[in-house]
Design a protein around this ligand. Structure first.
Ligand code: FAD
Length: 585
């Protein structure tokens, strides 16, 4: 079969992939190819991001405040070299976006109009730049074209390819055309994985296309993953999927419990309703455990001006609220039921391990954006870190890949491997009887989404879910059936969700302490004596997941924690009141 040859292959065309492709071209790579299983410009979380761009501005902001806050919210899990690189470069990326046509919100004097939303307090104000969300990817697709990057839409990549006789390098990828089902083989001296996160197709807006494909194909090829125990939490209206928490927090919405009581100060005394996601999410869960549910978002402080700002910054969500009858004639419903959602690692959390040049463990394989382990952020994507990190890491990966191809040997791909992967890929299409992908997706969600698994964790419950997910992996995934290329995509995504569920549960079981969003009822202490470690996951010869611990090199980093054990602040509030949902209870 013919190979589609380029110098650099970029897999996934969200903000990270577009920046990678543009910068690779700008740095001298001749043939850059961008492939996406959707349509670049209309696919990926980047298309639907709510327009919050957390950007450090050198002439306006206090560097130490931003750096230390990022590490504090990251609970010292950050690769602090990455945090510095990100802060150093993010404003340059914002200026480029501005020059390419993205309009950041400005006041009448033309000064950037920045919002004090999530993670901002009176003592430590941190401001977010805002842009009209849907505009970002229109601008990026146009710019990618302007730089003569070739785009192939509707191609799903399923496997990375090694050169013959060398499992330590990657020089290609295998996938299939989503319209015809034809297999496609790509050959390139460098491959950049920017295929996004694992969102477990959760009840949250516009992320059901990111199903951990990058994580699973990277893992299989021999790359390592980190931070998989740290899940990203998002909050949404219960009736339908919504987005834009940073804006709503910034303009004064607040959470109340079923008794109408505001409660967030109890769980986060400094930030209260401006808290970052993992504390908002834990606060919700604890109120429910205490019998104070359901949770509402209270909009009673909203004025006409607030609603105008809401409409300008979150046009899609505003329209949804109007259609639901929640907004009418300049009036907004006082309280709307709200809930937390497990979003895997959209925006922050686990993924491919990279150094500050976006190199993975494999020669020729780079990664950026949500496909990575979010090294700049650590435990929590400090406020709206995600799009900004996609731009900085995307740019770095493109530049580094362009540098690497100049001395990369051009080797033949391993044909035996290609045959094996093609056979594996087509298997669901050949099966006469089998299991529907949706059944597998639903089962994964049942095993991961209950609050007693992803918010308040305990060994018994995590192990129970892990046993069930391994059974799903061994007994059900091999029976997945596909009728056509669309179903083949669904089947592959479902299988990847099972694998990522296993990665999450194994990492969450391994970390025997509490830290940020990793809240262990059975290990309530933040243990800075024993657990300032990264958990690294790899795939062994037989496909088994192997985990190792690596000390975080804090002696070489500027921000240093106290080496002690303290009760996690949420566990402190809940002391003696846990014990929710154990399988044996
Ligand atoms: C609703 C919502 C609102 C958000 N709001 C904000 C915000 O306001 N500010 C902020 O900073 N962050 C926000 N985030 C997070 C942010 O959108 C993401 O972190 C960021 O867009 C990640 O960019 P990315 O390029 O790494 O991945 P994505 O934009 O997700 O792009 C990944 C691309 O890879 C493609 N792909 C996936 N698998 C394959 C495959 N197998 N083969 C080929 N292509 C593949 C997908 O189709 C997609 O186009 C939000 C997220 C969501 C879901």
């Amino acid at each position: 079969m013919d190979q589609i040859v380029s110098d650099i292959l970029v897999i996934g065309g969200g903000a990270a992939g577009c920046f990678a492709a543009i910068k690779a071209k700008e740095s001298g790579a001749e043939k850059v190819l961008l492939v996406d299983k959707g349509y670049v410009g209309k696919s990926g979380c980047s298309k639907f991001a709510a327009g919050s761009f957390k950007c450090f501005i050198p002439d306006e902001d206090d560097y130490d405040l931003w750096f230390n806050k990022a590490v504090e919210e990251g609970y010292f899990i950050n690769d602090q070299n990455w945090t510095r690189v990100h802060l150093d470069q993010v404003f340059d990326r914002a200026k480029e976006l501005d020059a390419w046509g993205l309009t950041f919100l400005r006041d009448q004097a033309g000064k950037l109009d920045r919002l004090e939303g999530q993670g901002s307090s009176d003592q430590r104000p941190i401001k977010t730049m805002m842009f009209p969300g849907p505009m970002l990817m229109d601008v990026l697709r146009k710019t990618v074209h302007k730089f003569s990057v070739k785009i192939m839409d509707k191609i799903m990549i399923t496997h990375l390819l090694h050169p013959k006789g060398d499992r330590t390098s990657v020089q290609g990828a295998l996938g299939f055309d989503l319209k015809t089902g034809e297999p496609r083989i790509f050959k390139a001296k460098a491959v950049i994985l920017t295929a996004g996160a694992q969102g477990f197709k959760a009840h949250y807006a516009y992320q059901k296309m990111v199903t951990g494909d990058a994580h699973v194909m990277g893992l299989r090829a021999g790359a390592s993953l980190a931070n998989y125990e740290f899940t990203c939490h998002h909050l949404t209206c219960v009736d339908f999927d919504t987005t834009g928490m940073n804006v709503l927090q910034g303009v004064g919405a607040r959470f109340v419990n079923g008794k109408g009581e505001p409660y967030m100060k109890k769980y986060d005394p400094e930030y209260g309703d401006h808290a970052c996601m993992n504390r908002l999410s834990a606060g919700m869960a604890c109120e429910v455990i205490l019998g104070n549910g359901p949770i509402y978002y209270d909009f009673s402080s909203f004025t006409k001006e607030t609603l105008t700002y809401f409409q300008k910054t979150l046009p899609i969500m505003y329209l949804a609220f109007e259609r639901a009858g929640y907004i009418r004639n300049g009036w907004i419903k006082k309280r709307i039921q709200w809930s937390s959602v497990n979003m895997g690692n959209v925006g922050y959390g686990g993924g491919l391990r990279i150094n500050t040049r976006c190199e993975t463990d494999l020669k020729g394989l780079f990664a950026a954006g949500d496909a990575t382990c979010g090294p700049a952020s650590g435990v929590e994507g400090f406020c709206a870190y995600a799009i900004p990190f996609a731009t900085t890491s995307g740019a770095i990966s493109g530049i580094a890949a362009a540098e690497c191809i100049s001395d990369a040997a051009d080797m033949a791909l391993d044909q035996e491997e290609i045959q094996r992967f093609m056979e594996e890929l087509r298997r669901p299409l050949r099966r006469a009887e089998g299991v529907e992908p949706d059944a597998v997706v639903l089962r994964v969600q049942e095993l991961l989404f209950p609050l007693e698994i992803y918010i308040v964790r305990h060994e018994k419950r995590l192990q129970h879910s892990l046993d069930a997910i391994c059974e799903l992996r061994d007994e059900v995934v091999p029976l997945l059936k596909a009728y056509d290329p669309h179903y083949l995509r669904m089947a592959t995504e479902a299988a990847n969700m099972v694998r990522c569920g296993e990665l999450f549960l194994r990492a969450a079981l391994a970390r025997r302490e509490s830290r940020g969003s990793h809240l262990r009822e059975d290990y309530p202490a933040i243990d800075n004596e024993n657990w300032l470690k990264w958990i690294i996951l790899r795939e062994g010869e037989t496909g088994r997941i192997e985990s190792t611990m690596e000390e975080i090199p804090l002696d070489r980093y500027p921000a240093k924690p106290d080496r002690n054990r303290t009760t996690h602040p949420i566990a402190e509030v809940m002391e003696g009141k846990w014990g929710y949902g154990n399988p044996t209870d």
